[in-house]
Write a protein that binds this ligand. Structure first.
Ligand code: EPU
Length: 419
């Protein structure tokens, strides 16, 4: 297994291009199942999770050809499978995103029930509740959930009990071909939901309200293949902004959607960073001392849970105490123990972490159990004195394209080695 070695203490300077969004790309690949034919997807990030969804589609009979960097031809005409196996779902929970598309196309889908994961229990009851409301029968058997709608789906009003990103995506995708109108209330407003709705509309779906709490889907008889460019990854962008801030450096990001970054940018400004927005670019200059801030994770447009670990790494070096409340996942503080091993002063009570800024962090051998926690350790390593090694690089490879190359371009001393 590989690990990442970081020699810390170097302020980062320079420019970096932000890749396509993981969490926008995954549902787009899944959605190509809805209508058979040839799609062209561009700006897809080279990530392990994208490779996993491609493997899953291939198992379902989809032909996929990589045409150039980030560009794929996806031909779903011959797709015929309707099952996401245990192997797939245990590798990546987002494999569940084929539920809605398969149900829309074939009136049937079977997906291994995802178990808990490192950051929380993460049930899919809301996905199933929505699909059942559309008229699907749900059967649970031998660890699999099978969803069938032999007579097709029928539009209805669905009120989500909580805000779920992939849950809304699954329901929206299924509803594209339901008879009549589906109204989804208390819908997630994440940019990735909006990007999916746009893609579905370009396929002939009739969706309005994506980006608000009420999404309306007027069912259509047929959808058709089309081309799509994946939106920039706001979490990758946020992570590199923190890399600039935590090292006392100055970084410029290219190819971002600044609107999607508003909450992250606001929070970093509160920390004292100077941030300049410029069309599809954004640059950050770190202050001489990071100011403490309070952070409450919440669904979009709130501060994203996917940036909580990274901002915590930054706040370990603030000039005072910060309070971070994690409201989305019940177990997303796995990075705390590792940050403490680097000298951070953090106490956790329930979903609240109190981070008291320290003068400096010291490099250490580190290990993380999920993607964003791993990113936070790399960030802490960049700011720490001496060497840090971050084990289990496969977590980072799920969500950060060419992370070492990008950090090196900013002047960091970072490389990958065999454990
Ligand atoms: N939840 C339920 N029941 C459901 C669905 C969700 O109780 O049926 C709960 C979850 O357990 C969680 C909360 O609702 O406590 C929100 O979960 P959500 O469903 O929104 O998460 P998700 O759709 O599984 C996506 C991203 C995550 C990101 C979350 C929250 C993808 C592929 N994944 O997950 O991304 O953290 O939304 O924004 O889009 C990451 O990229 O590192 C990552 C984990």
């Amino acid at each position: 297994m590989d690990r990442i070695v970081v020699e810390g203490g170097i302020p980062l300077h320079g420019a970096v291009r932000i890749s396509g969004s993981k969490n926008a790309a995954l549902p787009i690949f899944a959605a190509t199942l809805i209508a058979g034919g040839e799609y062209h997807i561009t700006n897809a990030p080279a990530l392990r999770d994208v490779a996993t969804i491609i493997r899953l589609l291939a198992e379902l009979g989809v032909l996929i050809e990589k045409q150039s960097t980030g560009a794929y031809r996806v031909d779903t005409l011959q797709a015929q499978g309707y099952e996401a196996t245990y192997d797939m779902v245990k590798t990546m929970r987002a494999s569940c995103l084929v539920l809605g598309p398969l149900l829309a196309r074939f009136g049937r889908a079977k997906v291994s029930m995802p178990g808990g994961c490192a950051i929380g229990e993460r049930p899919i009851d809301q996905h199933l509740k929505g699909l059942a409301a559309l008229g699907a029968q749900i059967n649970l058997d031998h660890g699999y959930v099978e969803v069938v709608a032999p007579g097709g789906l029928k539009g209805t009003r669905i009120t989500m009990d909580l805000v779920t990103v992939t849950g809304v995506m699954n329901i929206m995708m299924a509803a594209t071909r339901a008879r009549g109108l589906t109204v989804i209330e208390n819908a997630a407003r994440e940019p990735e939901v909006v990007a999916l709705a746009r893609f579905l509309n370009s396929m002939g779906a009739r969706i309005t309200g994506a980006g608000t709490t009420e999404i309306k889907v007027e069912g259509v008889e047929e959808l058709h293949p089309t081309d799509v460019e994946v939106i920039p990854d706001r979490i990758e962008a946020g992570t590199y902004l923190v890399a600039g801030a935590i090292t006392g450096g100055q970084v410029a990001l290219e190819d971002v959607n600044i609107e999607h970054l508003a909450n992250i940018v606001d929070k970093l400004r509160e920390c004292g960073c100077q941030i300049v927005e410029n069309g599809t670019g954004v640059s950050l200059k770190a202050p001489s001392q990071i100011r403490p801030v309070n952070v409450n994770t919440s669904p979009y447009p709130g501060f994203p849970t996917d940036m909580q670990a990274q901002i915590m790494a930054l706040l370990t070096l603030a000039g005072g105490a910060s309070v971070i409340v994690e409201n989305i996942f019940e177990n997303r503080f796995m990075h705390v123990a590792e940050l403490r091993r680097m000298g951070a002063d953090i106490t956790v009570t329930g979903s609240t972490a109190t981070v008291r800024g320290v003068k400096g962090l010291s490099g250490a051998p580190l290990m993380a159990t999920d993607l964003r926690a791993s990113a936070s350790l790399v960030l802490a390593g960049l700011a720490a004195s001496g060497r840090s090694t971050i084990a289990r690089v496969y977590h980072l490879d799920r969500g950060y394209e060419k992370m070492e190359e990008k950090l090196k371009a900013l002047g960091a001393v970072v490389y990958r080695e065999k454990e």
